[in-house]
Ligand binder design. Structure first.
Ligand SMILES: [Fe+2]
Length: 228
């Protein structure tokens, strides 16, 4: 892709692009998974505090899952190996984590890209932002389900995940349709993974998704989640 890589070892301004466009890419020639995971942790610890993922772990290895062997409430359970739609990580928590860090242990074959989309480029009008900020939605998370809005007060973050957001009235249906419509017409960036790549994503600003994958592709990413 056109953006310059930032070596992990460059400690002068390694996270500059993160502030400018909501994500940054750090490349290394780490050949083994342990080194990538270790760098992932170092970058994450500079940004904030680790948060446990859905399975309770502070460090996860993610692989494409078919619908039949995925966590029942995950997007994979609904979309399987097809394209995973854009979403905010941990939308089912009252406050989604601030940063999402992904490290490439193996890009897999065929490789699947990670898609990135800054919600502030979706062109919402003032009225549309009001709709997103003022319309209650049901956030499904089993016994911990709650009501919230897509846009946090003041636009601090966008909560969007078609797997857990449910409208409760006509305005809610309008709000979801609005986002789906804008995402469908957007021009996201696609990151094609190479072994050792690390992506740092501002989860409050940049939605992420995955292009279609294949069972047994061998694609493996390490993931950590950070509160800040
Ligand atoms: Fe995700």
């Amino acid at each position: 892709m056109a953006t310059p890589d930032v070596p992990v070892s460059d400690t002068r301004q390694p996270l500059g692009p993160l502030a400018e466009r909501g994500w940054s890419l750090h490349s290394s020639d780490f050949a083994d998974a342990d080194a990538t995971v270790s760098e992932l942790g170092k970058l994450g610890d500079r940004l904030g505090t680790r948060v446990a993922g859905r399975a309770g772990s502070f460090e996860e290895i993610i692989e494409p899952h078919g619908a039949d062997d995925a966590h029942p409430r995950s997007l994979s359970a609904r979309y399987g190996l097809g394209a995973l739609p854009f979403h905010t990580e941990l939308s089912h928590r009252t406050r989604p984590c601030r940063y999402l860090l992904l490290g490439c242990i193996a890009p897999g074959s065929p490789a699947a890209a990670t898609m990135l989309l800054d919600w502030k480029t979706l062109g919402f009008s003032v009225e549309e932002l009001d709709l997103l900020e003022g319309t209650p939605m049901l956030v499904r998370s089993g016994r911990r389900s709650f009501y919230s809005t897509i846009l946090a007060p003041g636009g601090a973050f966008l909560r969007y995940d078609p797997g857990c957001l449910e409208p409760v009235d006509q305005r809610g249906r309008m709000a979801l349709a609005l986002i789906e419509d804008r995402i469908a017409g957007a021009s996201p960036q696609a990151h094609q993974w190479r072994q050792g790549d690390i992506l740092v994503i501002d989860n409050w600003r940049v939605l992420h998704g995955r292009s279609p994958s294949d069972r047994g592709s061998g694609r493996r990413l390490a993931r950590i989640l950070i509160n800040a």
